[in-house]
Design a protein around this ligand. Structure first.
Ligand SMILES: NC(=O)c1ccc[n+]([C@@H]2O[C@H](COP(=O)([O-])OP(=O)(O)OC[C@H]3O[C@@H](n4cnc5c(N)ncnc54)[C@H](O)[C@@H]3O)[C@@H](O)[C@H]2O)c1
Length: 243
């Protein structure tokens, strides 16, 4: 069965590069109109050339900016069927050295952003009685990690948020799921260094890092009719790191 998203409108946050870009291209390939949100204007322009759809410079951590941009999106596209909350950052530090700003920024970009976008689009989705919300969590949100308490808390919170709104929206056929990637080769993981990578391979049964497309394939599944009976789940994409 081919996945056909021809009549669907998708919005992917953090889609100027990395996993978000791969998701945007994958959904476009399946026929969806894909709107891009990011802070990186140059990256957004490149994305627009590839998708042919609107891109918006939006700080997803800001409730007001999200609300304003969502109005513009709904004015032009009338609906958003598939919402992918992918934008995320890291500000790693041990808790004893962590600045308040490092805690706040990670929680705001990685967790509050999902509240912001869901608030902005839920009415439209509820009215249409069809929707898919896909939140980009992380294996770190499931297992914790020294030096990433802020990131782990944001992703763990995102998983709890996913399950809660899956329950709230189920009766209107809006399915809400999270993906927990392990190590995926993007700019976010490029700084790890060869020695660290060797250490990580010890705990990854598949002995390699994933590619952005591996995550995008799961988003495609969760966006399609193939996942009609799947909601409130966390799907790991981690080479078997957590079982
Ligand atoms: N790469 C990995 O190994 C990995 C593993 C687990 C989870 N993740 C998660 O996957 C998602 C994407 O990761 P990636 O590796 O592609 O990261 P990335 O840094 O390559 O891309 C993130 C994108 O989000 C955008 N962004 C950052 N803050 C923003 C904001 N406030 N408003 C709008 N856009 C913003 C950036 O400009 C960038 O384009 C993140 O949520 C990340 O936490 C990544």
């Amino acid at each position: 069965m081919n996945i056909d998203l021809k009549d669907k409108v998708a919005l992917v946050t953090g889609s100027a590069q990395g996993i978000g870009l791969a998701i945007a291209l994958k959904l476009k390939e399946a026929g969806a109109a894909v709107i891009g949100w990011d802070l990186d204007e140059k990256g957004l322009e490149e994305l627009k050339k590839l998708t042919g759809e609107e891109v918006y410079k939006v700080n997803v951590a800001s409730f007001a900016e999200v609300e304003k941009a969502a109005e513009k999106v709904l004015e032009k596209y009338k609906k958003v069927d598939i919402l992918v909350n992918n934008a995320g950052i890291t500000r790693d530090n041990l808790v004893m050295r962590m600045e308040e700003s490092e805690w706040d920024s990670v929680l705001e970009v990685n967790l509050k952003s999902a509240f912001n976008t869901v608030k902005a689009f839920n009415r439209n989705m509820l009215r249409n009685r069809w929707g898919r919300i896909i939140n980009m969590a992380s294996v770190i949100g499931l297992m914790g990690n020294a030096g990433q308490a802020n990131y782990a808390a944001s992703k763990g919170g995102l998983i709890a948020f996913t399950k809660s709104i899956a329950k709230e929206f189920a009766s209107r056929n809006i399915l809400v799921n999270a993906i927990a990637p392990g190590f995926i080769e993007t700019k976010m993981t490029a700084e790890l260094g060869e020695e660290n990578m060797k250490e990580y391979f010890k705990v990854i049964p598949l002995k390699k890092f994933g590619q952005p497309e591996d995550v995008a394939n799961i988003v495609l599944f969760l966006s399609s009719e193939l996942s009609n009976y799947v909601t409130g789940q966390v799907i790991n994409c981690d080479g078997g790191m957590i079982m």
